[in-house]
Structure formats: C-alpha cells, structure tokens
Ligand binder design. Structure first.
Ligand code: HPA
Length: 285
C-alpha cells in the first residue's frame, strides 16, 4: 500500500473512533503547550500508537495523542505532540499527521510551536502570530511525484500552488481580534524553520535576522506547506520560549523551552477558545 492509502486508513480509524464528531478545525500543540487539550469538552482521546502508520514522538514534553471534541462549542481535533525531522523521521512521516487531518475533513489548522525570538522587543513568553515563513530546512515535503488525490478541498492537490497567503489573512485578523478580547496584543512575525536539533549559533541568528526572520524554530513549515497543498487554511502561533542565541545572557536549553511553554499554555488556551467560534463562522458550513 502507498502513502495515500496509509493516510486514508489512518483517517478511517479516527473516523470510527470519533463517531458522530466531525472536527472542522485541527490544532497542533507544540513543546510544552499541551494544556489546550484539557479545555476540550467531551473529549475522545486516541493515542498515536493506536492509529495505523502514525509516527510516534520521541521528544520530552510531546505527549503523542489526539484529543477530539468541542473547544468552545466548535468540533476540533487537537494533536498533542508532533514529530520532527531531527528525530530521524522523513519529510513524508513528519507531515503524515497533517495529511490525516486533511483526510478527516478539517477546513483549517492552527499550528502552534515553541520558537526562539529574533526580533528586538520580543519578550520571553510572548505569543506571536505567524504572518509568513522562511523554509531553511533544505527540503520541501512535496518533493517527489505530485499526489493529486490530496485534493480534499476544491481546487487543491496541485503540483505548483500559491504561497502568498500561506497564513490566511482573514484568519490572522480573527486571531488578533481574539487576542484583544483576551486583553493582549498579538504581534505578527516571520518564522524561519531550521532542521535542528542543535540550537543556532549567534552568527546564524544574525544571518536569519538579515533575511527577515523574527522567530526561529524546528517545525511548522512542512505542516503549513502540506496543509496549503490540500487547500486548508492555516493559522500559525509561536510561543517565544527564549530569546534566540546570542540575544540573552543564559545558554539555551530544552528545559527553558518547556518551562516557558508551561507558563504560557493557559494564555494560549484562552486565545484558542476565543478564536474557535470566530474561525468557524468565517469558514462557513
Ligand atoms: N531555536 C530553534 N528552535 C527553538 C528555539 C530556538 O531558540 N526555541 C524553541 N524552539
């Protein structure tokens, strides 16, 4: 069986577990940002290990399960934990879960991540909306024959497609509205993805800043690319877990990343709860 068939098989298992629940929005939670899943009402929990062909996360702080249910009245599928290229997974494996969400019929995804802050003025613990991204991973998950059957939304599944609005303009506006409702301002940034797993050097951070990046991380970009290939709308939100290399007096560590995530996850949960009904209304039936 091929990759596409594996995606369909995984989606079929999920559909069977979810019964009447039909998630409209997929949410991916990054390092230390798992609390959003606790806000899901009437949750159906499916560990990744029970889904055929699903990759298993090896990173501390990434729990590895789908929590589906209602988030502020909107049917969602929350992925608590993701896999990364640096774990040794192939580009196809890294983006498999996103394909499954597409096959499940979600119309949009919210991709969250932990990131290093490059822009001056970013504070540790700040949430930043992705306005755009720079792919510095050295690969693209769509390299290889085009699989046109990934056209779960009309007009999608193309070999070449537009990335001008990789992160949907109107959904970004809704996210800013939701943040304002929660009492804070959501800045917009440019996320640059590296493979990791080593953090960057100060020279790399200076180079990335001159390229126009304001955030740096090791995920999200491959997921955004395949989501757009399937015609899904994307919202990206980074949690600035640390100032990027060379910008702070202390050395970077995964513990710092996870700890900051834990401090911010409630604010992220509040934001996403506010955002869900707005997004649902925008996406329509
Ligand atoms: N660099 C890359 N990835 C990250 C960082 C960072 O500083 N912080 C959290 N994820």
């Amino acid at each position: 069986m091929g990759y596409f068939e594996n995606v369909i098989e995984a989606a079929a298992l999920l559909r069977q577990r979810l019964g009447k629940l039909e998630p409209k929005i997929g949410i991916v939670l990054g390092s230390g940002l798992g609390a959003v899943a606790d806000a899901v009402a009437h949750p159906v929990v499916v560990p990744y290990a029970e889904i055929p062909h699903f990759p298993q996360s090896t990173v501390a702080g990434h729990s590895g399960r789908i929590v589906a249910g209602q988030l502020n009245g909107v049917p969602v599928a929350v992925m608590q934990g993701r896999v990364h290229y640096y774990e040794g997974y192939s580009p196809l494996e890294v983006t498999f879960p996103m394909r499954v969400l597409g096959a499940l019929g979600v119309r949009a995804v919210v991709l969250t991540n932990a990131a290093g802050g490059i822009a001056e003025g970013y504070r540790q613990g700040q949430l930043v909306l992705l306005g755009d991204h720079i792919n510095q991973m050295g690969w693209n998950p769509l390299i290889g024959p085009n699989e046109a059957r990934f056209s779960f939304q009309p007009g999608a599944g193309l070999r070449f497609f537009d990335m001008t609005e990789a992160y949907s303009r109107h959904l970004r506006d809704l996210a800013k509205d939701a943040a304002r409702d929660e009492g804070f301002d959501l800045a917009e940034g440019v996320y640059l993805a590296t493979t990791g797993p080593s953090f960057e050097t100060p020279a790399e951070i200076r180079a990335f800043r001159s390229l126009g990046a304001t955030l740096v991380g090791m995920s999200t970009v491959p997921e955004t690319i395949v989501a757009r290939h399937m015609g899904l709308e994307v919202v990206g939100i980074s949690c600035v877990t640390n100032l990027a290399a060379g910008l702070s007096a202390t050395p970077l560590s995964h513990e710092e990343v996870s700890e900051t995530g834990r401090q911010v996850e409630q604010r992220l949960a509040g934001l996403l709860k506010r955002l869900m009904p707005k997004m649902e209304a925008q996406l329509g039936a």
